[in-house]
Design a protein around this ligand. Structure first.
Ligand code: PEP
Ligand code: MG
Length: 894
């Protein structure tokens, strides 16, 4: 293709300046944009260049062909690096080596590939040896390069190389890599190259130019590998974004004991505490730290004391470089006004910055950091509100171990991701996924995790690894997912055949229960009791700030006094859905409900109803007392009949006996009531139309209860009587007239009146499409998006679970529409109904009470459509409050 459609393809950085900036993340990827920014801040960044994400997109649009001019551009930029560092790519006396890394717009840890030490071959390695005066280092770098390049670019299995090395060491009684001398590495390199020749039928590429393009191809190619696709799917990252490629002069952390490499966070990513946090390895290259092959040392003395690590910290072994590094931390955090995750290398005492990015953190840390930064005056309240991912608040509401529960400690690893969880032990990601799909709770136990394990980590209740530090793959990914995780439980050994693990002389077989506490790193045998969390003062502060900036109110779906109390405690501003059929699940009550349903005539039904009325009134009295002063939407009975009909002969006999009716009569009746499609059958308002006495009883019970609570407490609720599953105006008109008649009756008997509203759910497409007419009868609409999704897609709520995951895996649906609102279809109906409803009745109150009311993305849609409130389950109320504030703030910005 011609280069005309594409802008500048390459951005250079280094030497105290850069062509790009942080704001160019879409084009340069996160890593490239931040490298450019660090270089422009005058920080010590090895020079390099970034090939833009537009090139990646063009590459895929054009049948994996690069745009014209790219090759020339890369050559020019390589010259710039050479000039900056005074070395030459491919030179046998003074060779420049580079790293090639991917860098997508959103951080994708471990998903994309990296090649280090590129440019080495049999000749240039001699130059490196002469230049560094360290032959061992040169050949160690070369073998690392051959191994990494063969793995990432040539697609060789890395264990082939590990086997070669292990055999070589075994034969010579070597124990550590440091036992290997230059001659040993030379021999290993020859064996590696032979393995490549044998496996691929072609030699390992020795031409640096070919190596460079091979690596660039591999980075772009890896954008479409399965691991990246999985990660994108799980994190909602669009395919079109593409990745950038970063080529950068190598600096070496493996040039002896004055060299090191490490990662650091400017605040603790687990707790949010304001202290530096990090790990490093002496005489190592960057990938060694993240890979978790050696156990790293702590950055600070205090950190090492906290962890009980007896190896000295960087602060202790290289105090000057440590000081320089912490100055950089201050500068970067001040510049980005957020906690940073930093990679650095020290080459013979000189500090180099390799990466900075906004650090991933637990929900607890996110909350603390947002509140602290605001109180330190670094960000304002609105920014603080946007800094916490509402979905991650779930983590704060996660259970912890009951301090009084018996515990049988097996081992202790690193506290990688908080939350307490138990499950049966499995050893592979596939098995974790399979058992989780069958509804089992599993604990994934691995030596270490890799990107291939993501699906299993997602499926597991928790993750345990034997190897790896707090920045290992398992730790970073688990934290991001909000899974409990314990890393680096070093004394844990997994049997080769995957049947069990052993630890401290004990054996735990596959399938046995274990419990982990991701906040302490402890692993216990058996299932330990957990308790619900208490929320910190920071939580209340952030919620208060969020509430200031929210437009929509947040209600809860609740029917029991306990749920209502929980919801109020979490800040619910009313009840958006009280499902009255849920008030009848109790054994005694369900008997009366069954009697009511099975009765053949009104007399029988009224007899059953008279049993239910006192329960119902008492329930409402309790509920209204909890919710005093707030609106409560009570939905009239909507029982899909199959959920309520008795199933066995015994159950039928029991109901018949309670009703004083022949069993045979009810048997016949149960058969007659059986429906082929109960979800589309005799439910919702259809039941109210056929059996008026049911809704009459409910309205009477709720209005009487409301009057009594108002009388007793002087503080009334505002009942909003909601009719379910309406599809025509006539249905609602009929029922509304009956509701009002009961209202008059109750108020006359009580000698007082009370404000109440009559409205409807919008949960059928016909209701949405005729909302203008329905609004003539309705004082409010509440979108029942569970049924609306079911009926819009023609997709059974009860059966879709067996095939919807496949749809999502195959990308046919982006997300499960029962979890996140389908904006194009269901959302369109919501929009139409809102507009039509408000065209008839200005200021018509609009809310949502389907499960989507607690989903941040769906809440954002509700804000766009102009709903007045969202309603969700009690534990999601804080999530909804924060999400509602964030989307209101996003709207302000537009
Ligand atoms: C709905 O359909 O969205 C709804 C809230 O009602 P239910 O889930 O009880 O059918
Ligand atoms: Mg419904």
């Amino acid at each position: 293709m011609g280069g005309s459609k594409i802008g500048k393809m390459i951005y250079n950085f280094g030497g105290g300046d850069a062509e790009g900036r942080t704001g160019m993340k879409n084009l340069l990827g996160g890593k490239g944009a931040n490298l450019a920014e660090m270089a422009s801040l005058g920080l010590p960044v090895p020079p390099g260049f970034t090939i833009t994400t537009e090139v990646c997109t063009a590459f895929y649009e054009n049948d994996r062909q690069y745009p014209d001019g790219l090759r020339e551009g890369v050559a020019e930029s390589m010259k710039k690096i050479e000039a900056e560092v005074g070395k030459e790519f491919g030179s046998t006396s003074n060779p420049l080596l580079v790293s090639v890394r991917s860098g997508a717009r959103a951080s994708m840890p471990g998903m994309m590939d990296t090649v280090l030490n590129l440019g080495l071959n049999d000749e240039t390695v001699r130059g490196l040896a002469a230049l560094s005066g360290d032959e061992r280092f040169a050949y160690d770098s070369y073998r690392r390069f051959v191994q990494m390049y063969s793995d990432v670019v040539l697609g060789m299995e890395h264990h082939a190389f590990e086997e070669i090395l292990d055999t070589y060491k075994d034969e010579r009684d070597y124990y550590l890599d440091t036992d290997m001398q230059a001659a040993d590495w030379k021999a290993i390199i020859e064996q590696y190259k032979a393995a490549v020749q044998q496996k691929l039928g072609k030699p390992f590429p020795l031409d640096p130019e070919e190596q460079l393009w091979g690596a660039i191809d591999a980075v772009f190619g890896s954008w479409m590998n399965d691991r990246s696709k999985t990660y994108r799917r799980l994190n909602g990252i669009p395919e079109e974004w593409g990745t950038a490629v970063n080529v950068q002069a190598m600096v070496f952390g493996n040039m002896g004991d004055s060299s090191a490499t490490g990662v650091a966070f400017t605040r603790d990513p687990s707790t949010g505490d304001n202290h530096y946090y990090g790990e490093f390895l002496v005489n190592a290259q960057g990938e060694d730290v993240v890979a978790g092959i050696r156990t790293p040392q702590n950055l600070t003395r205090a950190g090492r004391m906290r962890q009980g690590n007896d190896q000295p910290s960087l602060e202790e072994v290289m105090p000057e470089t440590y000081k320089e590094l912490t100055d950089v931390f201050v500068k970067l955090e001040g510049h980005y006004r957020d906690m940073q995750d930093i990679e650095f290398t020290i080459q013979e005492g000189k500090l180099w910055m390799l990466q900075t990015r906004t650090g991933k953190r637990t929900a607890k840390a996110a909350l603390k950091i947002a509140v602290d930064l605001c109180e330190e005056g670094k960000i304002d309240e609105k920014t603080a509100v946007t800094r916490v991912n509402p979905a991650a608040l779930d983590q704060l509401l996660h259970p912890t171990l009951d301090p009084n529960a018996e515990r049988d400690l097996l081992t202790k690893g690193l506290p990688a991701s908080p939350g307490a969880a138990s499950g049966e032990v499995v050893f592979t990601a596939d098995e974790a996924e399979r058992l989780a799909e069958a509804g089992r709770k599993v604990m994934l136990v691995r030596v270490e995790t890799s990107p291939e394990d993501i699906h299993g980590m997602h499926a597991a209740a928790g993750i345990v690894t034997a190897r790896g530090g707090m920045t290992s793959h398992a730790a970073v990914v688990a934290r991001g997912m909000g899974r409990a995780c314990v890393c680096g439980a070093g004394d844990l050994r997994i049997e080769k055949d995957g049947s069990a693990f052993t630890v401290a002389g004990r054996t735990i077989a596959k399938g046995e229960q274990i419990t982990i506490d991701g906040a302490t790193g402890e692993v216990f045998a058996g299932a330990v009791k957990t308790i619900e969390p208490e929320l910190s003062g920071d939580f209340a502060k952030l919620m208060e700030w969020a509430d200031k900036h929210r437009r929509m109110t947040v209600r809860a779906n609740a029917e029991t006094p306990l749920d209502a109390k929980t919801a109020r405690g979490f800040g619910a501003e009313g009840i958006g859905l009280c499902r009255t059929e849920h008030m009848f699940f109790d054994a005694e009550r369900i008997l009366a409900v069954r009697e009511m349903i099975l009765s053949e005539d009104e007399t029988g039904r009224r007899a059953a109803i008279s049993k239910l009325l006192p329960y119902q009134r008492d329930d409402f009295r309790e509920l209204f007392t909890v919710m005093r002063g707030l609106p409560v939407t009570v939905r009239l009975l909507d029982p899909p009949l199959h959920e309520f009909l008795p199933h066995t002969d015994e159950e039928i006999a029991e109901v018949a006996q309670a009703a004083g009716v022949e069993t045979e009569v009810f048997k016949r009746r149960a058969k007659a009531l059986h429906e082929a499609n109960p979800m589309l059958g005799h439910r919702g308002c259809r039941l109210g139309i056929s059996y008026p006495e049911i809704y009459e009883m409910q309205v009477r019970a709720l209005l009487e209860a409301a009057c009594e609570v108002a009388e007793e407490t002087g503080d009334a609720v505002v009942p909003e009587i909601m009719v379910p599953l309406v599809s025509t105006k006539a249905e609602l008109a009929t029922l509304r007239a009956r509701i009002e008649a009961v209202g008059k009756d109750v108020f006359a008997a009580k000698g007082r009146t009370l404000d109440y509203l009559v409205g409807t759910m919008i949960e059928l497409p016909r209701a949405a499409l005729t909302a203008d007419r329905i609004a003539e009868e309705a004082e409010f609409f509440s979108f029942g998006t569970n049924d609306l999704t079911q009926t819009t897609f023609g997709l059974s709520r009860d059966d879709a679970g067996s095939f919807l995951p496949l749809y999502v895996r195959q990308g046919i649906l982006e997300q499960d529409p029962f979890v996140s609102l389908d904006r194009d279809g269901v959302g369109e109906l919501v929009k139409i109904a809102a507009q039509k409803g408000r065209a008839t009745r200005e200021g018509l109150k609009l809310g949502i009470c389907g499960e989507h009311g607690g989903d941040p993305a769906s809440i954002a849609f509700c804000e766009l459509v102009g709903l007045d409130y969202v309603s969700c389950s009690p534990y999601r109320v804080p999530i909804a409050r924060l999400a509602a504030a964030q989307c209101a703030l996003a709207g302000e910005e537009d």
